[in-house]
Each structure stands twice: as C-alpha cells, then as structure tokens.
Write a protein that binds this ligand. Structure first.
Ligand code: ZN
Length: 236
C-alpha cells in the first residue's frame, strides 16, 4: 500500500499542475481577445475623427464656393454700375453691392473659423492615429508573445499528460477509481498527509488508533470526516 500511495501523491501533484497549466492556457485566448477589442476601439475613435474632419472640409469647400459666386456677383454689379442711366438705378445697384459685400465678409469670417476648427481636428486626428498605431504595434508584439507561450503550454501539457499515463498505469484500477472519485468531490485533493494528528485536508483530528494505522501504511485509511485518503508525511 505504501508504494501505491506514494505514486498517488505524485499523481495528485501532477494533476494539480496539469490543472494550473490548463487554466492558464484557457486564459490566453481571452487576453488576446481583450487586446483586440482595445485596438478596435482606438481604430473606431480615429475613424470617427477622420469622418468629422472630412465633413468639415466639405463644409469649408461649400462655403468657399458660395463666396466665389458672390464675388462674381459683386464684380458684375460693379460693371453694371458703369452703365446705369438714372440716379435711382445707381443707388439701387450700389446698395446691392454693399449688402453683398457685407454678407460675404460674414462668410469670410465663417470660413476662417472653420479653418481654425480644421487645424484643431487635424491635430486631434494625428494624435488618435498615432495612438492607434502604437496600440497596434503593442498588440502585434503581445499577440505573438502570447501565441508562443500558448504553444509552450500545449507542449508542457502534452508532456504532463504522457507522464500521468505512465504513473496511473502503476496504480491498481480500483485504487485509481477511488482516487478519481474523491478528487471529484473534494476540490481536486484526494490524498492528504496527517500532521500532529490532524488531517491536512479538512483539519479535523484523527483518532490515535487510526493515526497509528496511517503510520503503519499497511491499509488504505480514509479520513473519517472528509473521506480523503490519508498518508503519513514522514513515510513518503
Ligand atoms: Zn479530513
């Protein structure tokens, strides 16, 4: 029994480390996914800034076109001014010129404001694009690191699983089944040492008689409280 329990303890260590590797391995794709989401968010922000900039550029071009048309109107009105016959006609044409010039100077001011806004937007866009590029480089680097680690974990896992097969073949099928059952119901821990008369699985005291049996290591002894397989720590 002694030797069998020794192997069980080793098997349990191996199972625990397999569990850890599996857990880490499962976390990695999620980490890559989170990084990707962060990157996509930055791309979206840069795209929004770019759209805003393009729409304002269109606005500016429209305003400038109207200004040019109005300038043309002024030029024609000024030509007309040379050929009017009456003073009344002259006054009317002059008034029209003045009004058009006034509204055009308002437009000019508008365009200047838009140009200022465009400057700010361009700077913002540049920052957002640089931010996206930096995150993108960071993502590429982390993704390849995580992928390499994932590969390493897969290899580690394969090796451990192979070793587990070797170990479990050295344990009797009945004992192995008992081990698996306890493990399932006792948070992955099926074999525990006794220390100073206490079970190290549930920390309840073990009756001295039973403790002696554990120390002898002749039979399979279970903790009366948590039902785990007990072993004498010094004997392992
Ligand atoms: Zn116990």
């Amino acid at each position: 029994m002694h030797e069998q329990i020794n192997i069980l303890v080793k098997l349990q260590d191996l199972d625990l480390s397999i569990g850890k590797v599996e857990e880490t391995k499962e976390n990695y794709p999620r980490r890559i996914e989170l990084l990707k989401e962060k990157l996509e968010e930055k791309r979206r922000i840069a795209d929004l800034n770019r759209e805003k900039l393009e729409s304002l550029e269109n606005d500016r071009r429209k305003k400038e076109r109207v200004m040019e048309q109005e300038m043309e109107k002024i030029r024609k009105s000024e030509e007309k001014l040379l050929s009017v016959k009456t003073n009344k006609e002259y006054q009317a044409a002059l008034k029209e010129i003045v009004l058009t010039k006034e509204s055009n100077s308002q437009r000019e001011e508008d365009v200047l404001n838009v140009l200022e806004e465009l400057d700010i937007l361009r700077k913002e866009l540049k920052e957002k694009e640089e931010d996206f590029m930096a995150t993108s480089r960071e993502f590429d680097k982390e993704e390849s690191e995580l992928t390499a680690k994932l590969e390493e974990f897969k290899n580690q896992l394969a090796e451990k699983v192979k070793k587990r097969g070797e170990l479990s073949s050295k344990i009797g099928p009945e004992l192995l089944q008992t081990y698996e059952n306890i493990k399932k119901h006792r948070q992955e821990i099926a074999v525990v040492p006794t220390r100073n008369g206490f079970c190290q699985g549930c920390y309840m005291d073990i009756p001295p008689q039973l403790s002696n049996e554990v120390q002898k290591g002749m039979d399979l002894i279970f903790c009366p409280n948590c039902n785990r397989i007990l072993y004498w720590e010094n004997s392992s």
